[in-house]
Unconditional design. Structure first.
Length: 338
């Protein structure tokens, strides 16, 4: 009777499809007849060029033949040609890859011999491959260098480890940092066959950070500047004159107030009386106050002028131009350099 298949039948179908998938993939991965025929032609041309001494031309032909045919025979001949041109790392990798090729059901004895020859070649090449160790010096704490050997970047985790390279000359680039602050050093090395070479690359120190920009309003006052002695004396006179003038003025007002009670007639007192004596003292203190304020003003002007003159001279010597206000006890002014 017709109907939907049971769970057992469904499971059988799924397993059949799953198991058949790798087989189908392997069948589609096999070279086509056209690719195999092209590979045979390139293989023959490559061996002829190698026999004639054209190793570079032979390498190109055999590399193309192996890419199309991907057989043990093309692999072993490509590996031997790589070794002849001095590319020992590539030669060993191709020789090892031959062992990873699947064995075809119709594989010939020639292919079996090629597998054995590839395995032997891989072991023979191992001690011949040199080692290059790049030691980077001058790094700041936390810096990780970027190491590039012959245009190939070494992973950061392996940058400090010795690298397997081909014999001969190599170009090394070490780069630290990014952007405008990046430092880059180039070096050359020549590795002998079968030996280890260690090369030290000194990275220049990181540039010093740029100084912070000056604060708004112009540069700060020059710390090397000192107030001249004459200005100090003049400002001292100004302060002293101001204090004396204020005290004398208070005394003058005090005597004048007492006179107003004793001599009510327009401050005219009879000679010899207490009012006349107080009126004289008031005039004296008033004169002292006036003279003191005059001296204070003269001292202030003299101090300011002397500071401008001295700072102008200092500015011409240092090539700076600065103006800054200053405030003291009882006085203030402007400090400048022009």
């Amino acid at each position: 009777m017709g109907g939907r298949p049971g769970w057992g039948a469904r499971l059988a179908i799924v397993l059949a499809l799953t198991l058949s998938a790798p087989v189908a993939f392997a069948q589609t991965a096999q070279p086509t007849a056209q690719e195999l025929e092209t590979a045979r032609t390139l293989y023959k041309e490559g061996k002829e060029l190698r026999a004639a001494g054209d190793l570079r031309g032979a390498l190109e032909k055999l590399r193309a033949a192996h890419a199309l045919g991907h057989t043990p025979v093309t692999g072993v001949e490509l590996a031997k040609t790589y070794a002849m041109v001095g590319k020992l790392v590539e030669a060993r990798e191709v020789a090892l890859s031959v062992a990873r090729l699947g064995v075809a059901s119709d594989e010939t004895e020639k292919s079996a011999d090629a597998r054995a020859e590839s395995a032997k070649l891989a072991e023979e090449l191992r001690p011949r491959i040199p080692t290059l160790a790049v030691r980077v010096r001058g790094l700041a704490p936390g810096e990780v260098p970027l190491v590039i050997i012959d245009g190939v970047q070494v992973p950061a985790a392996a940058s400090a480890e010795p690298q397997k390279v081909d014999p001969g000359k190599h170009e090394i680039v070490v780069r630290v940092g990014e952007g405008a602050a990046a430092r880059e050093v180039r070096a050359g090395a020549e590795t002998p066959e079968g030996q280890m070479l260690e090369i030290a690359v000194d990275v220049p120190p990181a540039p010093a950070p740029a100084p912070p920009p000056p604060p708004p309003g112009g540069p700060p006052p020059d710390p090397s500047y000192r107030t001249p002695l004459l200005a100090k004396l003049a400002f001292g006179v100004a302060v002293g004159g101001t204090v004396v003038g204020i005290v004398a003025g208070i005394e003058a007002l005090s005597y004048e107030n007492s006179v107003s009670g004793e001599c009510p007639s327009s401050h005219r007192c009879v000679a010899g009386t207490q009012g006349a004596n107080d009126l004289g003292s008031a005039h004296t203190w008033a004169n002292v106050s006036t003279v003191s304020f005059v001296l204070a003003g003269a001292g202030l002007v003299t101090g300011v002028v002397d500071m401008f003159v001295e700072q102008g001279h200092h500015a011409r010597e240092s090539g700076a131009v600065r103006v800054a206000p200053w405030v003291g006890v009882g006085w203030a002014g402007v400090r400048g350099q022009f």
